[in-house]
Design a protein around this ligand. Structure first.
Ligand code: GLN
Length: 456
């Protein structure tokens, strides 16, 4: 823990961390030492990690990258934090990992480049002029730069997979409901899912095993499926595995350097015994408008709680209650969050609900059905995580929709609730990392980790 803390302070320029507290971290490390001395054999015991700043923690301030929550300290730990750390009274002892701090992210996890944080952008360790991806950009950058061996992230529409790809690390978004959302600052509740980000699939498997499992009293959408040992099948042979290649993921929209790296990874999978099958996910492009109706709709509802009354920022001078709400929210939220609240409120409003929200829900179902048809002829789906390598910082400033379009390959699995992961697949333009995306059917995380591990 000490060595990593030193490395973190030597690399402040990345702006990956929002909160550090050496004393609390070293206290957690001492507890891990005690557990080790008492014979605890948890494989993660004493291993340092840091959490994306959307997981609430008792030991560190939680801001979700927003001015709205500046200085906010939660009275409890998120389920994920308790399970990876030193547990909670009714959550068992926990894996015994040592939390080194909280990681920068796009405000309320809204973004694809980590340029929407109220606390400044995160730099990509491979090139300071490039974005690290988002919204879990701090998590990806910190792991890639060796500031921590592992991090948590959340993925609503790609926020684990895309920054993992842009920073050349490994990340997995499990099946929706695998991991409890209790204590995760809510963005779009029907899509939000936590997962691990680390160097390798092997590390992700250990982390995911410790994170997942039912949490029925705290998250009613957490599935009644017991935690698994995701490390058990890492070395399984790939002979005969059918890998589906959606033609919509490999068409014109993909940059040639990304295509070349993905093709090389696919050739390697063939060499390992997998068979490539052509498939189609015909509604891939519709995932963008569908997601950017549904996610803002849910966000507009979830963010109603930041009213200056219960917690978080409150405006200093106001005339009456309404004025207090208005000033608080005007000051507390950044531009992208305001944009989402306006879109979400609009699509949910009387007269537009049927035209936008309801229509989007129907297409969401069709997108999920397309995947089930695809899984009749293949076991795992593969393609790029993003159409390009990490773009230049400030590159999308003039056009926020450019960020939305770059999510095209991660949104479909999110809308369907399927597990998806990003595994390093070589390098593209400027020596920047490229990620291969693997998507599995529900509960097929072990299979994805197996394929990723064989590639590493
Ligand atoms: N880029 C997407 C968005 O801005 C996804 C973000 C996420 O997965 N948290 O909504």
């Amino acid at each position: 823990a000490r060595a990593y803390l030193d490395r973190i302070s030597a690399h402040r320029e990345l702006n990956a961390f929002l909160a550090l507290d050496e004393e609390r971290s070293l206290e957690q490390a001492r507890r891990a030492d005690e557990r080790l001395a008492a014979g605890d054999a948890s494989p993660l015991l004493g291993v340092p990690l840091a959490h994306k700043d959307v997981f609430v923690t008792r030991d560190f301030v939680t801001t979700a990258g927003s001015r709205m929550l500046a200085g906010y300290r939660s009275p409890f730990d998120a389920t994920v934090v308790a399970r990876l750390g030193h547990g909670a009274p009714d959550q068992g002892p926990g894996a015994g990992m040592v939390t080194l701090g909280k990681l920068n992210c796009d405000e309320f996890a809204m973004g694809s480049g980590n340029e929407n944080s109220a606390y400044g952008p995160v730099l990509n360790p491979w090139s300071a002029s490039r974005v690290p991806g988002g919204s879990s950009g701090g998590s990806a950058a910190a792991v890639a730069a060796g500031l921590i061996p592992a991090a948590t992230g959340t993925d609503t529409g790609g926020s684990i997979r895309q920054p993992a790809a842009f920073c050349g690390i490994t990340g997995i978004k499990p099946t929706y409901g695998r991991v409890s959302r209790y204590g995760m600052v809510a963005f779009a509740s029907s899509l939000d899912q936590a997962g691990p980000m680390a160097r390798t699939a092997e590390d992700c498997a250990l982390l995911l095993s410790a994170m997942c499992g039912p949490d029925p009293d705290r998250d009613s959408t957490s599935l009644d499926v017991p935690a698994e040992d995701f490390s058990r099948a890492l070395d399984a042979p790939l002979d005969g595995l059918r890998i589906g290649l959606p033609k919509e993921f490999l068409g014109e929209g993909v940059a040639p350097d990304v295509r070349a790296a993905v093709d090389a990874a696919l050739a390697e999978l063939q060499r390992l015994g997998a068979r490539l099958v052509d498939i189609s996910l015909p509604r891939t492009e519709l995932a963008i408008p569908v997601y950017y109706v549904l996610a803002p709709a849910e966000a507009s509802s979830n963010l109603a709680r930041y009213d200056g009354v219960r917690y978080g920022h409150r405006a200093r001078d106001y005339a009456d209650l309404i004025d207090m709400y208005e000033k608080t929210r005007a000051e507390g939220f950044g531009d992208e969050v305001k944009r989402r609240i306006m879109i979400g409120t609009y699509v949910l409003s009387h007269g537009y609900y049927d035209a936008y929200y309801l229509q989007a829900q129907k297409i969401r179902r069709l997108i999920a059905d397309d995947f089930q048809r695809a899984f009749e002829v293949c076991d795992v789906i593969a393609g790029p995580v993003a159409p390009t390598v990490a773009w230049p910082r400030g590159g999308h400033r003039a056009d926020p929709l450019a960020d939305y379009l770059a999510d095209v390959f991660t949104l479909p699995a999110s809308l369907a609730g399927l597990p998806g992961m990003s595994v390093p697949a070589g390098f593209g333009e400027g020596g920047l990392p490229v990620g291969l995306q693997l998507i599995g059917n529900y509960f097929q995380e072990a299979r994805l980790l197996n394929v990723a591990h064989r590639l590493q």
